[in-house]
Design a protein around this ligand. Structure first.
Ligand SMILES: Cc1cc2nc3c(=O)[nH]c(=O)nc-3n(C[C@H](O)[C@H](O)[C@H](O)COP(=O)(O)OP(=O)(O)OC[C@H]3O[C@@H](n4cnc5c(N)ncnc54)[C@H](O)[C@@H]3O)c2cc1C
Length: 511
């Protein structure tokens, strides 16, 4: 029987971090197995924008790790406020309704800055400042917003390419088309993995096994079972291979499940996107995150969320669910010519999505009817009430400045009019043609429920609360960190933080 120091199940970002950390801390024979074919390497990590949320001390704190270091003149024009550990922890807690496990939150937050440094220096991740996604140019200044400032050059493709180079250099073996079928145990500990390789079931020995096999978001059956009725209609944004296998393996050895099993990360996603898997060329470009600058209406012509409730990266992960629950499971995002230029090119550029233009709201309604809008009169009424509410607010607060980079208080709620469903920030009238609309559906990203782990070592805990010897976990499989909603850019950082811990703890088991 082949014996490894450490076997990692899953070749995504979290699994790659774990394998590299295992080597860094002394493991010699490290193997990653993935059930996907080689052309699907990188799991969901490949599909990301590469956004990493981290504690930081402002612009000059991060300069040493970014590739797109701005010129001195541009540096002078950047506003980037520090993001403290309290900011990061309170964002997770606030969005998770206070339910997140404080030990996991502290571990993520306190190790986030060190993790991005490690990714930059040890893995070679080409970080960049995220000008296109996280900053707006306002009055000649580049203003970052929403606490998140780092992306990766070429997004998830650049992230996974860096991992592949680092894994090769570190001598980590990677087997594709090799699903883990079960965990092998000796006494109370895990001592190996049964894998299907070249059509054969093979038992491999391992001193440590790290679970990094993703959530169950790509299984329509498990989505329907855990997330609820209707979730089979969600479109899978990333890899089709995250079908909950890791949880079945862990359950069979008595692992404890925890967290928000009814919750997931889901976003506004192009309604024309495929249902069962992401697309490896356009990847994250099917995301449609321009709603804070406009409004969203459902098939009945009604708004259904406060599009300006918070910065986009604090609302986008829950609005997919809101769309799924609308009639037909779709919605329309709508803007007028005042803001169209602010929409991100990679999501709304020509040839990226179907854009529906019209010179009047009535014409727009007629065109949207061909895409599923059922109630033209309600749609026009919604726009009418919305515009009136915005105008009343403007009359009452003439001194306010519209600013997409801050929560500007441009709202629909004045002493004259209050909409039953407000738009709390960035509310502008939709009255200047041409109008533009895009049809969106719910894209499911990853699931929140997972395994209970020790926050210090990433060891998997058993139902009785003790550590299962030789078994560790990272990435989407970790439960208890996110509930209901999520601050954008936290998933990759969490995968790195707990992956590093798992790799280090795996190495300790061989000492
Ligand atoms: C479109 C999109 C955009 C995103 N953008 C961002 C972003 O910008 N920033 C951010 O922080 N997060 C983002 N995320 C979330 C992020 O991708 C995840 O948080 C992170 O990649 C999870 O890493 P992971 O290694 O746990 O899972 P994955 O990267 O999905 O890896 C899991 C791997 O396990 C393999 N596997 C499954 N079952 C088995 C089995 N039985 N045997 C062997 N292997 C198995 C799968 O094939 C897969 O390769 C995005 C996700 C998507 C889909």
């Amino acid at each position: 029987m082949d014996l490894f120091d450490c076997i990692v199940i899953g070749s995504g970002h979290a699994g790659s971090c774990a394998a590299l950390s295992a080597v860094e801390h002394g493991c010699q024979r490290v193997l990653i197995i993935d059930k996907c074919p080689e052309e699907w390497v990188g799991g969901n990590g490949y599909f990301t924008a590469g956004a990493h949320r981290t504690v930081h001390g402002g612009l000059y704190d991060l300069l040493s790790i970014v590739k797109n270091r701005p010129s001195p003149e541009v540096l002078e024009r950047i506003d980037m406020t520090p993001y403290t550990r309290e900011n990061f922890a309170s964002d997770i807690m606030r969005l998770g309704d206070g339910k997140s496990d404080p030990a996991l939150v502290d571990a993520l937050v306190d190790n986030s800055r060190d993790a991005v440094d490690w990714l930059a220096k040890y893995v070679g991740t080409p970080f960049t400042f995220s000008f296109n996604r996280q900053a707006y140019e306002v009055n000649g200044r580049q203003k970052f917003w929403g606490g998140m400032v780092l992306s990766v050059e070429d997004g998830g493709k650049g992230l996974i390419a860096a991992h592949q180079r680092a894994l090769e250099k570190a001598g980590v073996m990677v087997w594709f088309d090799s699903p883990a079928l079960s965990l092998v145990t000796k006494g109370d500990s895990v001592s190996g993995v049964v894998v299907r390789k070249d059509g054969q079931e093979v038992e491999l020995g391992a001193r440590a096994v790290i679970l990094a096999a993703g959530g169950f978001e790509a299984s329509a059956e498990l989505r329907e079972r855990h997330l609820g009725a209707g979730w089979k209609l969600a479109r899978v944004r990333g890899t089709p291979y995250n079908t909950g296998d890791g949880f079945a393996l862990a359950k069979a050895v008595g692992a404890k499940f925890t967290g928000d099993w009814g919750g997931c990360h889901s976003t506004c996603w192009d309604a024309s996107a495929a249902a069962d898997a992401g697309e490896r060329d356009l990847t994250n470009q099917f995301t449609k995150s321009g709603y804070p600058l406009g409004i969203m209406v459902n098939a009945n012509g009604l708004r259904f969320v406060d599009e300006g409730e918070d910065y986009r990266n604090y609302t986008y992960a829950k609005f997919g669910r809101a769309i799924l629950h609308q009639p037909g499971g779709f919605a329309f995002q709508i803007w007028d010519s005042k803001v169209i230029r602010h929409l991100r090119k990679e999501e709304y550029g020509d040839g990226i999505t179907e854009k529906i233009f019209a010179d009047s709201l009535s014409e727009l309604a007629d065109k949207l009817a061909g895409h599923g809008l059922g109630q033209k009169s309600t749609f026009l009424e919604t726009l009418d009430h919305f515009n009136a509410a915005v105008r009343h607010h403007r009359d009452e607060y003439p001194g306010l400045q519209w600013d997409p980079a801050v929560k500007d208080g441009f709202s629909t709620q004045s002493s004259v009019t209050k909409l039953a469903l407000p738009k709390s920030n960035w509310a502008l009238t939709l009255d200047t043609p041409p109008y533009m609309a895009v049809k969106v559906a719910c894209g499911v990203t990853f699931t929140f429920g997972g395994l209970s782990i020790d926050a210090r070592s990433a060891a998997v805990l058993s139902e009785s609360g003790r550590e299962i010897g030789g078994l560790f976990c990272t990435g989407e499989m970790v439960g208890g960190l996110f509930y209901n909603n999520y601050p954008g850019g936290s998933g990759l950082t969490a995968g790195a933080v707990f992956g590093r811990k798992a790799g280090r703890a795996a190495a300790q088991t061989i000492r």
